[in-house]
Design a protein around this ligand. Structure first.
Ligand SMILES: C[S@@+](CC[C@H](N)C(=O)[O-])C[C@H]1O[C@@H](n2cnc3c(N)ncnc32)[C@H](O)[C@@H]1O
Length: 253
């Protein structure tokens, strides 16, 4: 893929998400996530000061299982949401899908290590074309994934399609902080500190420049909720987490 460099201080930088088309964005996301799984969990916890763990737990506590007792975790990556949900609700089974096999590999080891093979299965699939029948899950989740999917509306409609009536979708995503004080404190952390820390620990530090760029361009909560409504979700809820750094969106089918 031919891409112009954006940030000369980080080797191999990716172009800004605003400068590329949909196909280039998808190619870039596939490349990024196939190069970082080794240190992905460690850096997630370090860079978010373990808030990522608390945010997933917050979402999981809001889930309800009442019909199929099945959860689908979309863009599951290394499977943290899938594993934590299975540990929280011993009565459920969980499917996790991701289109990058390299991300799933550590997740599969995690599942085996925790003896969850019977209840949690990870498989390679695309969020925009889910390999499951209509109305086959009570809940669907996606954590820090929707930002990386250019066809967001299609992915949201797919999540809604596989839910039973009354089922809910749980979407966790980072925000560009909305309030001015946080912009002053958080923006320098994102732009200057985070890529430098990432550079120490990963062979692809440019991936973390992309992370910042993609989150700064992610729609603010009211616009994202409008998209959920367009996908057909009702009874929408929005929970602002850690002073607005992250959001949990919940929608009902
Ligand atoms: C930031 S990671 C999040 C992983 C995990 N959900 C978590 O909570 O840590 C984003 C994941 O989205 C996946 N992804 C992006 N676009 C996708 C798509 N169209 N279909 C399936 N997975 C996708 C990437 O491969 C990557 O593993």
């Amino acid at each position: 893929m031919e891409m112009k460099k954006k940030d000369a201080t980080v080797p191999g930088s990716y172009p800004a998400v605003t400068d590329i088309d949909r196909e280039q964005h998808i190619g870039m996301v596939r490349e990024i996530f196939s190069t970082i799984p080794g240190r992905y969990d460690f850096l997630n916890h370090l860079l978010s000061m373990r808030r990522d763990v608390a945010w997933r737990r917050f979402a999981i506590r809001k889930m309800r299982f009442f019909n199929t007792f099945r959860l689908l975790d979309v863009a599951t990556g290394t499977g943290d949401m899938a594993v934590e949900a299975a540990r929280t609700y011993p009565e459920i089974t969980v499917k996790g899908i991701d289109f990058v096999a390299e991300m799933l590999a550590p997740g599969k080891r995690k599942i085996a290590g925790r003896g969850l093979d019977e209840r949690v299965e990870l498989m390679q699939a695309d969020a925009t074309s889910l390999p499951f029948p209509d109305e086959s899950f009570d809940a669907a989740s996606i954590a820090f994934g929707i930002r990386n999917i250019p066809e967001r509306l299609v992915a949201l409609k797919e999540m809604r399609r596989i839910l039973v009536p009354g089922g809910r979708a749980f979407i966790l995503e980072l925000n560009a902080p909305q309030n001015r004080l946080w912009r002053k404190v958080f923006a320098p952390y994102l732009i200057r500190v985070l890529p430098r820390v990432a550079r120490i620990f990963t062979r692809n530090p440019a991936a973390y420049v992309y992370l910042v760029d993609s989150l700064l361009h992610f729609p603010p909560p009211p616009r994202f909720m409008a998209l959920m409504q367009e996908a057909g979700f009702s009874e929408l809820d929005h929970f602002s987490l850690t002073l607005g750094i992250a959001s949990l969106y919940v929608g009902k089918k």
